[in-house]
Design a protein around this ligand. Structure first.
Ligand SMILES: [Zn+2]
Length: 92
């Protein structure tokens, strides 16, 4: 137990995982919310539910910070024809 331990919320973990995915293997690609939720769940502790991750993901989409949010884009993972809101980090 550390005295000044920082308490991380689900949102902090989700944001961190999304950032590392989009700066890592998915750099330059844009991903939709359902795909990001699945990938994030796979990278997080099993104790987090899809519902928790989903609501945290909605916050990331609302305030993506350093990540670029496109209002409509084709997802790089599920490649839906219908364009949906996607998050990504441009290559340039
Ligand atoms: Zn997708």
């Amino acid at each position: 137990m550390q005295r000044e331990a920082i308490i991380y919320t689900v949102g902090d973990f989700v944001r961190r995982v999304v950032g590392s995915l989009l700066h890592g293997g998915y750099r330059g690609k844009f991903l939709c919310s359902p795909c990001l939720i699945k990938l994030t769940k796979a990278n997080l502790d099993k104790s987090y539910s899809l519902l928790e991750i989903g609501s945290a993901m909605a916050d990331v989409f609302k305030a993506p910070g350093a990540i670029t949010c496109l209002a409509t884009s084709a997802c790089a993972v599920c490649a839906r024809k219908k364009h949906v809101p996607c998050l990504g980090v441009p290559l340039s």
